[in-house]
Design a binder for this molecule. Structure first.
Ligand code: BGC
Length: 371
């Protein structure tokens, strides 16, 4: 079976570099089954089992990062390593300094969830020069040859699932269009934001073009839809402004939201404007959003179980530790502007009230909410 790979573009930093990430082509599933070794050049030559492993995480813009911190500490320690796990709550400069000090401390692998994927080139070159392997975690590192691996949920698929959920949710409420919608994207310095948006627009744009969907504000481009810093207050403010296009009884049927934190901010805005709740998408399976979904307010989220993503990253560290290359299942999709970064992509799952119980059956926290 072949699946289509789509042209993926990403915006990087203030310069908004549009990078053609992958031309249309085919992906043969025999290459993507997860069993085969990747073609990465990122072999490590092996290192001692009790080595320092650095993990640099961005700001705590969503619950998944907080969960990742604890899981990395526990899982790396359990495997015998010395984890050095840090957040860069202060911003890009803090993250740059953290990575440099991980290099100085002799980290053999540095796993990075970047605040801004285009601002760490000097530090990851330092890491490489010192013989460390660099793994981009969740967010791709851009414009550098010194990125050995990428481990993430399939971001483009996340966007596609969000776009489809928006359509399904609105149709279930009102069988026939046209539907009035608004579009939100994540932070433009996060390489994922454009990929999520492009995935969603691959589903929504044909429906905008044929008149089924009407973007009330007319703001359809990524640059118009972005939410700086993934900050809920920015999304709420923008939604407040957009609602001026929905005066009187004009309904807003749906809002594309790239994650749960922003979904709740958007719903706060529509509520304070006295509008009935529109269909709003999300991502991350945050506790408050899962509660909201069960209460019939937020429509959907995405299940990207952080436990599995951290487990996969730690597994890669193990493969490098024993002297091999890390296993990858995608060597085509993620061109960072300089090279195609071999990736291990996990499958995201859409969650609505209808499948929440089953989706979170193995999650000790969320299964309590879904009953
Ligand atoms: C992650 C999302 C998260 C967002 C904001 C993205 O890079 O993939 O899961 O919602 O950052 O923290």
């Amino acid at each position: 079976m072949r699946t289509n790979q789509h042209l993926r573009t990403m915006a990087a930093g203030a310069a908004v570099l549009a990078l053609a990430l992958s031309a249309c082509g085919g992906r043969d599933d025999s290459e993507s089954g997860g069993g085969g070794s990747g073609t990465a050049s990122g072999g490590s030559g092996g290192f001692a089992k009790d080595s320092v492993i650095g993990v640099s995480l961005p700001q705590k813009t969503s619950e998944n990062w907080v969960l990742a911190e604890n899981l990395f500490k526990t899982d790396l320690k359990a495997a015998g390593y010395k984890p050095n796990v840090q957040f860069a709550n202060g911003g890009v400069t803090e993250q740059q300094n953290q990575i440099s000090s991980m290099v100085t401390n002799g980290a053999k692998v540095i796993i990075i969830g970047a605040i801004d994927g285009s601002q760490l080139n000097t530090q990851i070159k330092q890491a490489h020069d010192a013989g460390a392997v660099v793994i981009a975690y969740d967010r791709l590192l851009l414009n550098s040859p010194n990125v050995d691996y990428y481990v993430a949920y399939d971001n483009y698929k996340v966007g596609q699932l969000q776009g489809q959920a928006l359509l399904d949710g609105m149709k279930a409420k009102k069988p026939n269009g046209p539907y009035n919608i608004e579009l939100f994207a994540g932070s433009p310095d996060d390489a994922n934001a454009k990929v999520f948006f492009d995935g969603a627009m691959s589903v929504l744009k044909p429906k905008i073009d044929d008149g089924t969907l009407k973007v009330g504000s007319g703001q359809k481009s990524f640059n118009q839809a972005v939410t700086q810093g993934w900050k809920p207050e920015n999304a709420q403010k923008r939604m407040d402004t957009l609602l001026s296009n929905y005066s009187g009884s004009k309904a807003i049927d749906g809002v594309l939201s790239p994650n749960d934190t922003l979904a709740r901010a958007i719903l706060t805005s529509t509520k304070s404007a006295g509008k009935p709740n529109p269909i709003v998408t999300g991502q991350d399976s945050e506790v408050e959003s899962v509660k909201s979904i069960m209460a019939g307010v937020q429509y959907s989220t995405i299940n990207k179980d952080t436990r599995n993503l951290v487990k996969q990253a730690v597994k890669m560290v193990g493969e490098l530790q024993s002297g091999g290359k890390a296993d990858t299942n995608d060597t085509k999709s993620y061109n960072n502007g300089v090279k195609v970064v071999p990736a291990y992509l996990l499958p995201p799952q859409i969650v609505t009230k209808a499948n929440a119980k089953q989706a979170y059956a193995n999650d000790p926290t969320l299964s309590k909410i879904t009953g």
